[in-house]
Design a protein around this ligand. Structure first.
Ligand SMILES: Cc1cc2nc3c(=O)[nH]c(=O)nc-3n(C[C@H](O)[C@H](O)[C@H](O)COP(=O)(O)O)c2cc1C
Length: 320
């Protein structure tokens, strides 16, 4: 099985990726959070920093692009090729209202004719590997059968499926029935993504779909960076290893962000997920989230690590 790191805007930029890669189980591919090209513009400095080869050493990184304009996709992909990238990924999954209202991300899935023309244009004019990360549709999982007819017309590098529809956001469960059909119908190789948060989830998945060659993991890693290693039979990281990883993140963010408040914001966002790694962490996580200064944050984290044990099954549990 190949393991891919899911793109997560605001979290899995190069600082996080690099720290993860050097501390935990190396993933086969890392997808960048989406680049959203502006008309006639190239990469902004945040986007450029994220994909610079010297910021991504030793990792196989696939940049992701979010657009519904073929010329913007092609221009951005060609720019990325100048930095040495061979593969780019199209975002057809983002469910956020602002993106969907512009018919981008999963909003593009409701525009089948335009999507078909867009892909035709890409495959005629861009000689790079193109993969797609998609949801099943806008409202109904059954929309995916029509979408598959379109995807089957093109030689995609991979089709990564998060089997929810846009209207689900992250509610409800991934639709494994439609995913099973997609495995049979797709001419392109299929990657699974969605709600693999524990060894049990993974075992259940591989028992149902032994023919799947790759899975993409997202929130499960944010909650437990030792998860991919566990799925490959490695022992779980120690408390000390997790703490070293978090300390490194603080240090690396400090070097690139303009002030302590930004570093604090980044780290607090991670603690939305990381609490699941501990037994009864509520009181401590509350303190972390209330910290106003980086030193208060660091003190709260130190106390948590001193006083709390790692949970046996530190798996993310969605609250919706
Ligand atoms: C905070 C956050 C940011 C995300 N940003 C992106 C993104 O930039 N591009 C994308 O394709 N998916 C994005 N996603 C979706 C994830 O890549 C993934 O498809 C989703 O979390 C389901 O996988 P999981 O259950 O393993 O987390 C994001 C998800 C989260 C929670």
């Amino acid at each position: 099985m190949n393991f891919y790191f899911a793109p997560m805007e605001g979290i899995t930029g190069y600082i996080y990726r690099r720290a993860y890669h050097s501390c935990f189980y190396p993933m086969d591919k890392y997808f960048t959070p989406f680049i959203a090209p502006k008309q006639d513009k190239t990469l902004n400095s945040k986007e450029k920093n994220d994909i610079l080869p010297e910021h991504n050493e030793g990792m196989r990184v696939v940049p992701q692009i979010l657009t519904n304009r073929a010329e913007d996709f092609i221009r951005t992909a060609e720019k990325l090729r100048e930095f040495g990238y061979q593969e780019v990924n199209l975002n057809l999954g983002c469910p956020s209202a602002t993106v969907v209202s512009k018919k981008k991300g999963s909003g593009f899935l409701g525009e089948r004719e335009a999507l078909d023309r867009f892909l035709e244009n890409l495959f005629e004019n861009l000689s790079m590997d193109i993969s797609i990360k998609t949801r099943l549709g806008m409202d109904e999982p059954e929309e995916f059968y029509r979408l598959l007819e379109i995807f089957n017309k093109y030689p995609l590098k991979e089709l990564i499926i998060h089997p929810r529809v846009q209207a689900d956001y992250y509610r409800n469960s991934p639709d494994r029935k439609v995913f099973a059909d997609a495995l049979k119908i797709s001419r392109n190789s299929v990657v699974y993504n969605g709600d693999i948060f524990s060894e049990g989830d993974y075992e259940q998945f591989t028992a149902s779909f032994p023919e799947t060659g790759a899975v993409m993991l997202g929130r499960g890693i944010l909650a437990n960076p030792g998860l991919p290693g566990r799925l490959c039979g490695k022992k779980p990281p120690s408390k000390q290893e997790i703490k070293q990883f978090l300390d490194r993140l603080v240090q690396d963010y400090r070097e690139v962000l303009s002030g302590e408040r930004d570093v604090l914001f980044r780290m607090k966002e991670l603690w939305f997920y990381l609490g699941f790694l501990f037994t009864n962490p509520e009181k401590y996580v509350k303190k972390i989230k209330k910290a106003q200064r980086l030193c208060d944050y660091e003190e709260a984290v130190r106390t948590l690590f001193r006083e709390q044990e790692l949970a046996e099954n530190g798996a993310f549990r969605p609250s919706v």
